[in-house]
Design a protein around this ligand. Structure first.
Ligand code: NAG
Ligand code: NAG
Ligand code: NAG
Ligand code: NAG
Length: 407
């Protein structure tokens, strides 16, 4: 177990009194000059309740790790998006993989897919060695909304705490709404913003869809029904940063409308059929199980890493939860894996979104993201970065032509 260093900073006895006064003065000064509600978007907490905790620069996880090859052309854009959102990314450099690392030559995985797999396992090992209690793992081609830190992560963490707290109690309830969300922040919430890590294994925050069924089934009316949602533990909450149905990926819109979910409503639910591993959080326990057993290259024969995770959630006993629609989605364009394998074929999920992506100029299921380059800045231009951090990252203003700027 790690402790938050801030609470453990030693203060020598003779200075303690002065230190307390100094801290009080700084706090009063800060709160007076920068009341919290002005620096970050306030949540729609109910009246009379304590405001929810802000997400910190690692979104409430121990760290945010990124799977990224040293020469990845996506890294620069990713770092700039992180700068504007004011989140800290950890990007460990990967070893040079050799034939030995790729495992048995009989495996039917492409080279690109094996490289990605090794990259994920490498990160999981780094996380296990770090001693941190949880980590969010990102692929380096993801995009996210400008309100990730100010609104979305606080909402999802409050939602997770709510469902997990009820599960550890005697409640047999399986469905919760915004009204049930525990927006209170206490010591336990500060320590474990997403709930006690002994109660969950994997939180899918970025995926190409958890459509409640495999790709063998289509998306015609009735492909899922409200009773399918009722049958799974879930919490639904208002999220104003979610696009309306016309602007969601057509399959996501079809899923939500057929489940009977209202507009601007996001779900967290036990994972059913989550595809792709754009962004997922793990605990020490689940990371170890993945590395040693469930996603081990030696001990499994899955075609790809994301398949190993899917199967682990469905059959391997991992307690997986999906944020649906997802908060992270890979940016439109050729995937790294496809680049390595020289395939030009778009996967079906991407092919379905192609027209909409061109129309919206945004990554699927992201309302105001970074892909179009609207929030790029020159390296070293701290003035522009500070402005973007304040207006875009903190206040959530979509300063793009046709949005908050004239076309
Ligand atoms: C963010 O919060 C989590 C949970 O309390 C903590 O483990 C992590 O160290 C914090 N990150 C930073 C940068 O303080
Ligand atoms: C932007 O991100 C990079 C990489 O994380 C970091 O080195 C740099 O300090 C950040 N810049 C600012 C102004 O925060
Ligand atoms: C969700 O938002 C809608 C529309 O703004 C509002 O009518 C409804 O009361 C909200 N529900 C909750 C639980 O906050
Ligand atoms: C992909 O194309 C490049 C250049 O055209 C080539 O060097 C490389 O061997 C190809 N990779 C595969 C896996 O076919």
């Amino acid at each position: 177990m790690t402790t938050t260093p801030i609470f453990r900073r030693p203060v020598r006895i003779r200075f303690r009194f002065l230190a307390i006064i100094a801290v009080a003065v700084v706090l009063v000064y800060r709160l007076w000059l920068f009341p919290p509600a002005q620096s970050w978007l306030p949540l729609t907490a109910r009246e009379g309740r304590a405001p929810v905790l802000d997400a910190n620069s690692t979104l409430g996880f121990g760290a945010i790790y990124v799977v990224s090859k040293a020469d990845s052309p996506r890294r620069h854009g990713l770092l700039q998006a992180a700068n504007v959102t004011d989140i800290d990314l950890t990007i460990p450099s990967q070893p040079k993989w050799t034939e030995k690392d790729f495992g048995s030559p009989e495996r039917k995985s492409s080279r690109g897919s094996l490289l990605a797999w090794l990259g994920h396992l490498h990160l999981l090992r780094q996380f296990i060695d770090s001693g941190l209690e949880s980590a969010l793992i990102l692929e380096d081609d993801v995009d996210w909304d400008i309100r990730l830190r100010s609104l979305q992560a606080p909402l999802v963490s409050a939602a997770m705490r709510t469902v997990l707290a009820s599960r550890s109690g005697s409640s047999a309830k399986s469905s919760w709404s915004s009204d049930d969300i525990d927006y209170y922040s206490d010591d336990a919430a500060a320590r474990y913003p997403y709930g006690d890590p002994s109660l969950w294994d994997l939180l899918y925050m970025g995926h190409c869809g958890d459509y409640f069924h495999g790709m063998d089934r289509g998306f015609e009316a009735g492909h899922v029904r409200p009773k399918d949602l009722a049958a799974v533990q879930h919490l639904s909450f208002n999220d104003t940063s979610l696009p309306d149905f016309d602007n969601l990926h057509p399959w996501t819109a079809s899923l939500l409308t057929n489940l009977g979910v209202p507009v601007h409503t996001r779900l967290v639910h036990r994972s059913i059929f989550p595809l792709c591993t754009f962004a997922y959080a793990v605990t020490r326990h689940s990371a170890r199980r993945l590395v040693e057993e469930l996603a081990s290259l030696e001990r499994t024969d899955h075609a790809a890493y994301d398949v190993a995770i899917l199967i682990s959630c469905r059959e391997g006993g991992l307690r997986c939860w999906s944020v649906n629609p997802e908060l992270f989605h890979h940016q439109p364009g050729k995937s790294m894996i496809a680049g390595i394998d020289n395939s030009t074929h778009l996967p079906p999920v991407d092919a379905k979104a192609k027209d909409q992506v061109e129309l919206r100029g945004e990554t699927p299921n992201i309302d105001c993201g970074f892909w179009d380059g609207a929030f790029a800045f020159d390296d070293g231009d701290d003035k522009t970065l500070k402005y973007l951090q304040k207006e875009v990252g903190r206040k959530g203003r979509c300063l793009k032509p046709g949005r908050e700027l004239p076309r």
